[in-house]
Design a protein around this ligand. Structure first.
Ligand code: ATP
Ligand code: LTN
Length: 329
């Protein structure tokens, strides 16, 4: 029996190379070794206001991006979260298990609600409980995520352990898979912050669908550190970040990257890094346009059906253990 992985991304904004390097790239390389579930988490997206027409469009666009990244629907299960209603059902149950205090301590909640707790939806607070439900429904072994989601995974484990202790062994306790390099790609404009979909400064992120010109311009504008050395050095976060991007795009070792730029200036470094990104994204960008709406529909429908069978089994077990019984089935 293969072990299982589960991961997801929100159909909001535009995916950037941080999402790709921190998450999608690893999904692709893990999919053959594990039984894999990749979800488009549209119910998470509405924890912040979304335009309904745009959300609809982005949901299908994200499916295209998963496929163009190399996720093979013959190997992995790709589906939309709202197609499997068990996610929302288990989230309700786990909302009754998770504690207010632990949710209020989540740094993502604190960042996203800063100064406006009276005005944000309660879903922003319970966001990690829905994420826990996504993961636990599939008895997941491993969850490939970027560094920013580590705290949510720890919460998932805590909630699962609490449930198992109170109601008997029900959920597998999942482990995080955080890549050794690329788990936290920083903004090109503000290297102290992570590259983020929701950043208003578009120069901070290179989006997967940016054209060559845009990538070159953004890279030219990228903030650098003082000094001239182009080496991996945590005390110089801007150069460290650009060099990490270069390394992941070219597949070279850290030593090869440093040797490649020894004695070279920042101008040259930025041009070569931009070229590496453009070359890397080119085949992906060609593939994205390939999928018709009809093809996507079939893949997503098959995915949802397969996911639902497994999710229902776990949810039935949860209801049974908790004494939740209905009258009609
Ligand atoms: P935002 O960038 O607006 O915070 P997000 O983190 O909500 O967006 P998702 O689409 O939900 O984006 O995330 C998909 C995956 O990308 C997650 O596994 C997340 O950890 C990862 N990820 C997001 N930003 C980065 C980054 N800068 N570096 C590495 N991985 C990242
Ligand atoms: N919160 C995640 C997206 C997400 C997820 C998941 C990731 C929702 N459910 C389950 C892994 C497993 C984020 O990246 N913002």
């Amino acid at each position: 029996m293969k072990k299982r992985i589960f991961s997801g991304a929100q159909p909001t904004g535009s995916l950037h190379i941080g999402n790709y390097l921190g998450a999608l790239k690893n999904w692709v390389s893990l999919q053959n070794e594990f039984e894999s579930f990749f979800c488009i988490v549209n119910l998470h997206a509405i924890t912040l206001p979304q335009d309904p027409q745009i959300l609809k469009q982005k949901t299908l666009d994200l499916a295209r991006i998963y496929l163009a990244s190399g996720i093979d629907p013959e190997v992995s299960t790709i589906f939309i979260q709202s197609d499997v209603s068990e996610h929302a059902e288990l989230a309700w149950v786990l909302n009754c298990i998770a504690r207010m205090g632990e949710l209020e301590r989540m740094t993502q909640f604190k960042d996203k609600s800063k100064g406006k707790t009276e005005r944000v939806g309660a879903g922003l607070l319970t966001y990690p409980v829905l994420m826990a439900s996504d993961i636990l429904l599939y008895q997941t072994d491993l969850v490939p995520i970027g560094q920013d989601q580590k705290q949510h995974l720890e919460l998932t484990r805590d909630v699962a352990e609490r449930f198992n202790r109170d109601f008997g062994e029900t959920f597998k306790i999942p482990e995080a898979f955080i890549p050794p390099v690329g788990a936290k790609i920083q903004s090109l404009a503000e290297p102290a912050k992570k590259m983020s979909k929701s950043d208003e400064n578009l120069n901070g992120s290179i989006f997967l669908l940016d054209d060559a010109d845009t990538i070159t311009k953004k890279m030219k504008k990228a903030v650098t550190d003082s000094g001239t050395e182009i080496t991996f050095d945590n005390s110089r976060p801007a150069i460290n970040n650009l060099l990490t991007i270069y390394q992941l795009m070219t597949g070279k070792t850290a030593e090869e990257c440093e040797a490649n730029f020894a004695g070279k200036g920042y101008g040259h470094f930025k041009t070569e890094t931009a070229e590496a990104v453009i070359e890397y994204l080119r085949p992906f960008q060609d593939r994205v346009k390939n999928y018709t709406g009809e093809e996507l529909k079939i893949i997503l429908k098959n995915g949802a059906e397969k996911a639902k069978t497994i999710a229902r089994e776990t949810l039935n077990d949860v209801y049974e253990k908790m004494g939740i019984v209905g009258a009609i089935n």
